[in-house]
Design a protein around this ligand. Sequence first.
Ligand code: ARG
Length: 487
Amino acid sequence: MKKAKGKQNRLEGPKKAWSGRFREATAPEVERFTESVSFDQRLYRQDILGSIAHARMLAHQGILAAGEAERIEQGLKEIAEEIETGRFRFRSQLEDVHMNIEARLIEKIGDVGGKLHTARSRNDQVALDMRLYLREVVDEVRGQLLGLHDVLLDRAEETVEVLLPGYTHLQKAQPVRLAHHLMAYYQMFARDEQRLSQLRERVDVMPLGAGAIAGSGYPVNPSFVAKLLGFSRVAPNSMDAVSDRDFAIEFCYAASMILLHLSRWSEELILWSSEAFGFVTLADAFCTGSSMMPQKKNPDVLELVRGKAGGVYGDLQALLVLMKGLPLTYQRDMQEDKVPLFHAVDTVAACLSVFPVLLRSVHFEAGRMRLEAEQGFLNATDLADHLVRQGIPFRRAHAVAGRAVRYCLDKDKKLEDLTRREWERLAPDAGPGVERILGIEKVVEARNIPGGTAKRQVLRQLRRARAELQKRRGRLEKDKEKSALGL
Ligand code: ARG
């Protein structure tokens, strides 16, 4: 390759911020390969906010003159406006969102724009942008989850009286209240919200001041920036500050768990909407048809939620593998963190925007559920329990009840249909009261312990969940206020 002589720069595009040390212009292939602006332009708002806070801090510390910081701030605000109105042209030759904005600032306000990057590196800048971005995203997803909680609790309140078979091994096990079944999902999504609010604490750390790696050599004031941007803490170690992406990985994990729960529920609703189960009817508005078979109504939304879960696990995997071999501190590999992170953000947001609406429109087939709960000996455990109450050891009671079930299978009968004479032969210890404990309502109401499916317990669970939801809403509002930027 020919070497360009002297200071001459055969750059055709805009000049690189780092071009001083270089004799040759970057190869166009390299520009295309190394750019990130095609995807990190999504961070423009955070980048500008972070820069405004940085400029104000520089002025506050006497590193910049007040007038200089004001001109920088004004210029940055105009750039935000240009971007928002589609008048800004992002150029891949300028690599990333940070350098695109800085170059435009210098173009607009001249040399003073070049003072913005004093005491800052793109390494701490990008860490700040990502944290600002994720803090917002975390709160948005929390809000979406609380919306789902709300629908879930409404549906559970409506269905306290509905009984259906509960399954283990996908075989009928014991009857439960539909509300109890739904509340099991509430518990999962409550943990998901908790996970996000815990993650938020780890996102809520301000990394500026770390510089490229070792900390800034200027008398900067990170706490001042943290306060302006609504951060609770300042990064305690500059090297960790520029190389930490735990928060991005943790977000992908939290998103993976949300998708896991949505996917399991989707799978169940798909099964329930099949003719074989017939437990739910999905609204037409949430199904699609077949291009060939005129009779079809398919649960595609639920299938897609289930399918999209895989993509988010891929994002988590990509980030874990991206980071696992990186020595301290910033490595360019880390630029690749944004693609999976943004994909996970978009996917979880999309799923959480459609799922609650779909859930509201699901029609539960209470009659069919009840019919199925009354068939299949879901009261066999209660028969055994009844025998235990007559003083029979559980193991023996289990065997007696099992024989009664087998007898009924042979005779095509239910336990409830057995005559006194049959009871005397099959389970002489059962006593005359046995018929009274076998009805499905009785079976459900027998589970009257905290966390059980008896009506009182389900209502209690619901009351607690409502109170929890209110608290979570309050916490989210407070968190949002904290990060409402006074800039
Ligand atoms: N575009 C880069 C990224 O997203 C910004 C940081 C670049 N730092 C550097 N020293 N090249 O990671």
